[in-house]
Design a protein around this ligand. Structure first.
Ligand code: NAG
Ligand code: NAG
Ligand code: NAG
Ligand code: NAG
Length: 433
């Protein structure tokens, strides 16, 4: 049976044997013609490239000269990594999701910040100082000088990371406008935020009072930004340095988290032990400070500290206060145990009035974030739901873990002592002396 089928199938080709011969020779001519055409096309393309390339370099170079001086190297690498925007010339590039990112020249940024004048210093975080700058077109920007040098990361790796950061977008995350590579220098250019950062309002002596609805908007915005970083963006990002000075505020006091993704530029093992991080020790989760165990739960801990700071309008650690009040999470917990939690609320806020239920809820959320065991801290999505009363608060928090700077011998079940057994922590030693 199969044989018959085979015969039937082959028989038509036998019948058309003669015409096939004819089409075979015409096929030869067609194929030959195509090969010749291809060779001609390749030749033309090579010639065209040869003619075109010097011209293109010239426009790049002359544009660079006009606008930025003679630094064109990073523009070339940018072109390799980002797709360049043909219409607006050589300085703007599209990242994968079509946000434009600019390649700035070092001289431009130097001029914009008046040679990085201390008067223009907006702040200095763990990753390097930030300066206010004014571009030639009048736009205000914030210029961050990364505290690293070329030996740690090549230009291409830097730009690949920049692209990653550019691709992470959320209304509660600060917007990156561009970057600059100049020799060993690595700079990032961000949008300028009118009301700068939260620490000026809750730690500083700003006259501006933030009412409860503004404060709640900030808490919720930061929670949403963190939720995006931890759970919703295509890359899981642990911020590592959530603190008041990293919460930037626009003219309507909408918060945006700054410095996210910057940990990518720094070697993993150095950051948490560096002296720059010791400055923000009060925000650091105990398992991270002591054992270097980093997960999004460390950010959640820092968020808890931040929420308390926003409610109370004070720094997490304040040595000028009476000793039982010095460390905010400890003090807040003491009041909570005595059912007096509303006593920690900023006196100015109490004068002005606040929604008691919201403040209680925010406090409760803060304690859940400060749980000594990382796995007991709820994920950010749950925190957002709790803050917006989308889910009921059922868990009762345990005593928070905190790094006590004044170790007392009598306190046996102190979380830090439990955690620090068997570990030598440079930060712990630093904090206790
Ligand atoms: C960069 O600029 C220098 C000097 O201005 C020039 O010699 C060089 O060819 C340029 N390189 C590129 C890739 O455009
Ligand atoms: C760059 O790093 C090396 C070692 O990592 C250090 O010795 C050098 O001082 C650094 N340079 C600058 C300009 O920071
Ligand atoms: C809180 O402050 C913001 C901005 O300062 C203002 O727009 C808003 O009306 C205030 N809300 C209340 C309830 O006072
Ligand atoms: C915050 O931004 C608003 C709008 O730009 C401005 O009027 C206000 O003065 C700013 N507050 C501070 C303390 O800078």
């Amino acid at each position: 049976m199969p044989l018959r089928v085979l015969q039937e199938a082959t028989s038509p080709s036998n019948e058309s044997h003669a015409p096939q011969h004819k089409s075979g020779s015409s096929l030869f001519y067609i194929l030959g013609g195509l090969v010749v055409l291809a060779i001609v096309l390749i030749f033309l393309y090579v010639v065209w490239k040869r003619i075109k390339r010097p011209a293109q370099t010239m426009t790049v170079a002359s544009k660079e000269h006009q606008e930025f001086g003679k630094h064109n190297e990073s523009a070339e690498v940018m072109k390799m990594i980002f797709s360049s925007n043909q219409q607006s010339g050589s300085k703007e590039f599209f990242s994968g999701n079509l946000r434009t990112i600019s390649c700035f020249d070092y001289q431009t940024l130097k001029k914009a910040t008046e040679n990085f004048h201390p008067d223009n210093l907006l702040g200095s975080g763990g990753f390097g100082p930030v300066y206010q700058g004014k571009l030639v077109d009048g736009r205000l920007v914030a210029v961050k000088k990364l505290a690293l040098n070329k030996s740690q990361q090549g230009e291409k790796e830097f730009l690949v990371e920049v692209r990653t950061i550019t691709s992470i977008q959320h209304k509660n995350l600060v917007r990156l406008l561009g970057c600059c590579v100049d020799g060993p220098q690595r700079l990032l250019v961000y949008e300028y935020m009118k009301n700068r950062s939260l620490d000026l309002f809750i730690h500083g002596n700003s006259d501006q009072f933030l009412n409860w609805s503004t404060r709640f908007q900030i808490i919720l915005g930061v929670a949403r930004g963190l939720q995006y970083l931890h759970e919703d963006s295509h890359q899981r990002i642990v911020h590592r340095d959530i603190k008041a000075s990293n919460i930037l505020l626009d003219d309507k006091f909408h918060p945006r988290i700054g410095d996210f993704g910057l940990a990518r530029f720094f070697p993993e093992d150095q950051a948490y032990l560096s002296t720059q991080f010791a400055g923000t020790l009060g925000y650091t989760a105990p398992e991270y400070a002591i054992r270097g165990e980093l997960s999004e739960k460390a950010d959640i801990y820092s968020f808890g500290v931040l929420v308390l700071e926003i409610i109370c309008c004070r720094k997490n650690t304040e040595h000028t206060l009476p000793s039982e009040m010095q460390y905010l999470p400890e003090y807040a917990w003491k009041l909570y145990e005595n059912a007096r939690i509303l006593d920690i609320v900023d006196p100015k806020l109490r004068e002005h009035g606040f929604v008691e239920k919201d403040v209680m809820q925010a406090n409760h959320v803060a304690f859940l974030c400060l749980q000594p065991h990382a796995h007991l801290r709820p994920p950010m999505s749950e925190i957002v739901a709790l803050l917006t009363f989308k889910i009921e608060m059922v868990t009762t928090p345990m005593r928070p873990a905190f790094l006590d700077r004044r170790p007392r011998k009598g306190d046996e079940n102190h979380p830090l002592e439990a955690l620090s057994q068997g570990f030598t922590s440079p930060i712990y030693l630093k904090a206790s002396d």
